[in-house]
Design a protein around this ligand. Structure first.
Ligand SMILES: Nc1ncnc2c1ncn2[C@@H]1O[C@H](COP(=O)(O)OP(=O)(O)OP(=O)(O)O)[C@@H](O)[C@H]1O
Ligand SMILES: [Mg+2]
Length: 551
């Protein structure tokens, strides 16, 4: 006797339909699962066996072979349990199907008592099912909230394996149980209407980051740093905050979510799908509306930050896709992690290679790092002396390496606040006014790059774009060339000044980049220069603070 049911597996952020073939023959007991299953699926044998028995059925005694096809595709996870168990109940004649099971997808992990547990990545699975013309997706009830974001497909929530028998009894019984989410926001309709298709649901969406009651107005003074934060978010520029202990670097970075624009509809779908795959969507959520802000600790493992593992899962860099990845105490991170950031920072994605597969996860984020300028922390401080041995300082920077430092468009020296300023605090700019500017600059960029398919900002400009959008007058060009010589700038560094200047002009609502914009952009490129001067002058007599960190 032979039956075929259908389930699905995850491949990166996408899903593939898997055929679950079950063959049963009376004879000596022997159960096998073939078709490149991972250990979790092999263990399904035990789970399925117990779940079948504890649901009031019998596990058939004989030669049972389960094949997961296509055989060459590596499958992972526990989402096949229900399809395997159903196949076994069908081949052993314990349930009868009066519906066309080739148009039905079965997803869910089985608990030993026959209850059905949720799986991760249900959004990608249901989307794939809809694409492949599947009519019904039978899925764990706990995944319903998430799955109902996809419209135009019939969802059949189940809690127990026993219920499958009822569902299969007749066309009417499955129809009675199914829920069609026409309100689902992930419809296949085009999103070209003003306000989009999301309507009210979008308005009440789940917020991915909770910035609570934080506000930039709590940061006293430091207008220069707040301005850098605005430029960073406005043009999606990577930013390094570098300064003495207690100067407010972490304080500034943790307020970035308060000035980030909401996700666009497309970004929202993409981000929610990633969180669904990582199993990180909260109960009772909608689509994610807020941009992610991820701040992993420096002791986090390489895999948890970059992604990977035996069955590759998204890491922090993918969870930060469309948002910010904040690496506080940047040099404390593992050297391999820092080096591995180069690919995603350049390409907006990360490819994880395994012996038999290559999986690419999206990873387009704004990188924000914070660090002390030397091991003691006071190298750039005008009030405190740095006692570090220059060799120690060199070692400290060896870990970062020039190419990584160069990838920060904005290198911001954060000077500690003077005590006087704390006594009579000047609260200055608040989050709402900073965000206002960000929104204006983003709007300008959306118009400028409307043909680029979204998620393309000034920081992403290629040589051609720079030539087209960063036109500067000859006298400003001369100034820039001189600065480039003094700063010993690389070609990349030079282009980054132009890109930052473009964002500053967008914030200033100016069509053309002028001298003011270029000078302001140059202000944020000094760290590499300060350091190379410092290392040239090994006696350490140079006080870098004398030339930087002040506007
Ligand atoms: N400009 C400021 N306005 C208000 N409070 C500030 C400011 N700068 C620092 N502080 C206070 O100092 C505390 C320490 O700041 P923060 O942790 O951000 O420093 P840091 O630069 O990250 O230091 P470290 O290098 O040690 O990590 C903050 O929690 C805040 O209370
Ligand atoms: Mg800090």
């Amino acid at each position: 006797m032979f039956f075929r049911t259908y389930s699905a597996t995850l491949i990166g952020v996408n899903s593939r339909i898997i055929e679950v073939e079950v063959d049963f023959k009376k004879g000596l007991p022997n159960n096998t699962i073939v078709g490149l299953p991972d250990p979790a699926i092999r263990e399904a044998r035990e789970r399925v066996n117990a779940a079948i028995r504890n649901s009031g059925f019998e596990f058939p005694i004989g030669r049972l072979t389960v094949n997961l096809a296509p055989a060459q595709l590596k499958k992972e996870g526990t989402s096949f349990d229900m399809a395997i168990a159903t196949g076994i109940l069908l081949v052993s004649n314990q349930i009868k199907s009066r519906i066309d099971i080739s148009r039905l997808l079965l997803i869910g992990e089985l608990a030993l008592d026959g209850m059905i547990r949720p799986v991760r990545g249900i959004i990608a699975i249901v989307q794939e099912a809809r694409e492949k013309g599947i009519l019904y997706v039978v899925l764990p009830k706990e995944n319903m909230n998430e799955a109902s974001l996809v419209s135009g497909i019939k969802l059949v929530p189940v809690e127990r394996l026993k219920e499958v028998a009822e569902i299969f009894a007749s066309e009417e019984s499955i129809e009675a149980k199914q829920v069609t989410c026409d309100q689902g926001v992930l419809s296949n309709r085009k999103m070209d209407k003003p306000g989009g298709i999301l309507g009210d649901r979008y308005a009440s969406m789940y917020s991915g980051t909770d910035e609570g009651s934080m506000d930039f107005s709590e940061v006293i003074g430091q207008e220069y740093v707040k301005r850098a934060a605005q430029i960073c978010i406005a043009g999606a520029h990577n930013m390094l905050l570098i300064g003495s202990p207690g100067s407010g670097k972490t304080m500034v970075a943790s307020r970035l979510p308060t000035i980030m624009p909401d996700l666009s509809e497309e970004e929202s779908i993409e981000t929610t799908k990633i969180y669904s795959i990582a199993g990180l969507l909260a109960e009772g959520f909608g689509l994610m509306k807020k941009r992610p802000f991820r701040a992993p600790h420096s002791t986090a493992s390489n895999v948890s930050i970059i992604g990977g593992g035996k069955n590759p899962i998204p890491g922090e860099i993918t969870l930060a896709h469309n948002g910010v990845l904040f690496l506080d105490e940047f040099p404390e991170f593992n050297r391999n992690v820092i080096q591995a950031l180069r690919q995603p920072v350049e390409n907006g994605s990360i490819t994880i290679s395994r012996a038999d597969t290559r999986i690419t996860f999206p990873a387009r984020f704004i990188l924000v790092g914070s660090m002390n300028p030397c091991p003691c922390g006071y190298l750039f401080d005008s009030d405190n002396e740095c006692h570090c041995d220059p060799r120690k300082v060199r070692q400290y920077y060896m870990k970062l390496s020039a190419p990584i430092l160069d990838r920060f468009d904005l290198q911001v020296v954060v000077n500690p606040l003077k005590i006087d300023s704390m006594i009579t605090p000047d609260r200055g700019t608040n989050s709402s006014s900073i965000k206002q500017g960000v929104l204006v600059a983003r709007e300008t960029q959306n118009r400028r790059f409307k043909d680029m398919g979204g998620g393309y900002y000034n920081s992403n400009m290629n040589d051609e774009d720079i030539e087209k959008y960063c036109v500067i007058k000859n006298d400003v060009k001369k100034l820039l060339f001189e600065a480039a010589k003094i700063y010993n700038m690389s070609m990349r560094g030079f282009q980054k000044v132009l890109k930052v200047a473009r964002t500053i002009a967008d914030l200033n609502q100016k069509e053309n980049i002028g001298e003011g914009e270029v000078l302001e952009a140059l202000n944020y490129r000094g760290v590499s220069h300060i350091l190379s001067s410092y290392f040239r002058n090994k006696s350490g007599l140079l006080t870098p603070n004398s030339s930087f960190g002040k506007k």
